[in-house]
Design a protein around this ligand. Structure first.
Ligand code: G5P
Ligand code: MG
Length: 221
C-alpha cells in the first residue's frame, strides 16, 4: 500500500475507460479502485457484508446509507481509503458534498469520441461478482465467455445495450459539465483525449508519478 495519502477521481463518459485506467492506477501505485457503478451493481445483486478497515472495498456493500452520495462519501473518507475513484462524483451536488469533507488531489478526465464508446461497450463483457472487465477486441478473456480467475461465466451489462448507451451518454453530458468546470477552476483537472487507452495510459502514469511513487513501471501494466 502506498505510503502517501492520495485521492484521485477519474471522470469520463460511459465506456471511456475509467475502470480500465483506474485498475492500472490501482496496480501501479498501490491504491484502491473505488467504483460507484460497481458498488451499485453489487448492492442490486444483494451483495452484503460490512466493510472492515483495510479490506478491499470491491465486494463490500456498506448498508444503511440514505443515498449513494452518503455511502460513497463514507467509503472515500474511510481511514484506509487511499484511492482512485470512478463514477463519483457524478453530479455537482455530489462534488459539493465531497468538497465539504475531503479535498481531492487530482481529477483525470477522459475524452473519447462517441463512436469509439459505442463500439467498446458493445464488445464489453464483465464478471459480475468481481467487476472484472473484458473486451472482445482489447482485452479478451483467455477462454471466450469465461472469467480468467474464477472460470465463472461472463455477462453483458444491461445498460450496455445500444438504446441504453445513448441515454446514458446524454445524462452523463448534462451532469458532468458543471463537475468538470468546478475542478478546472480549481486547477486540479487533467484532461486526456484519444481513442486508445494504451496511448493515454503513459501520460496518466507520468502525472500520477509526480504525486506518488509508483510500485510498478508503466510497462508492467
Ligand atoms: P458506471 O459503472 O460508473 P459508466 O457508464 O460511468 O458506468 P462504464 O460503462 O463502467 O462507465 P468505463 O469504466 O469508463 O465505463 O469504461 P471501461 O469499462 O474501463 O471500458 C469500456 C470497455 O472498453 C471495456 O470493455 C474495456 O475493456 C474496453 N476498452 C478500454 N480501453 C480500450 C481501448 O483502448 N480499446 C478498446 N478497443 N477497448 C477498450 O455506472 C453505471 C451506472 O450506475 C449509476 C448510473 O446510473 C450509471 O449509469 N451510478 C450512479 N448514480 C448516481 N450517482 C453516482 N455517483 C453513480 N455512479 C454510478
Ligand atoms: Mg466502469
Amino acid at each position: 500500500m502506498a505510503s502517501k495519502l492520495l485521492r484521485a477521481v477519474v471522470l469520463g463518459p460511459p465506456g471511456s475507460g475509467k475502470g480500465t485506467v483506474c485498475e492500472r492506477i490501482a496496480r501501479s501505485f498501490g491504491l484502491q479502485h473505488l467504483s460507484s457503478g460497481q458498488f451499485l451493481r453489487e448492492s442490486l445483486r444483494g451483495g452484503g457484508g460490512e466493510c472492515p478497515r483495510g479490506r478491499p472495498l470491491r465486494g463490500c456493500v456498506a448498508g444503511g446509507f440514505a443515498s449513494i452520495t452518503a455511502a460513497f462519501l463514507a467509503l472515500m473518507t474511510a481511514p484506509f481509503c487511499c484511492g482512485a475513484c470512478t463514477g463519483f462524483p457524478r453530479t455537482l451536488g455530489q462534488a459539493e458534498a465531497l468538497d465539504r469533507i475531503c479535498e481531492l488531489d487530482l481529477v483525470i478526465s477522459l475524452n473519447i469520441p462517441f463512436e469509439t464508446l459505442k463500439d467498446r461497450l458493445s464488445a464489453r463483457w464483465v464478471h459480475p461478482a468481481s467487476g472484472r472487465v473484458y473486451n472482445m477486441d482489447f482485452n479478451p478473456p483467455h477462454v471466450q465467455g469465461v472469467d480468467d480467475l474464477t472460470g465463472e461465466p461472463l455477462v453483458q451489462r444491461e445498460d450496455d445495450k445500444p438504446e441504453a448507451v445513448a441515454a446514458r451518454l446524454r445524462k452523463y453530458k448534462d451532469a458532468a459539465k458543471p463537475v468538470i468546470e468546478l475542478y478546472k477552476s480549481r486547477g486540479i483537472l487533467h484532461s486526456f483525449s484519444g481513442t486508445e487507452t494504451n496511448k493515454i495510459w503513459p501520460y496518466v502514469y507520468t502525472l500520477l508519478s509526480s504525486k506518488i511513487p509508483p510500485i510498478l513501471s508503466d510497462e508492467e501494466n
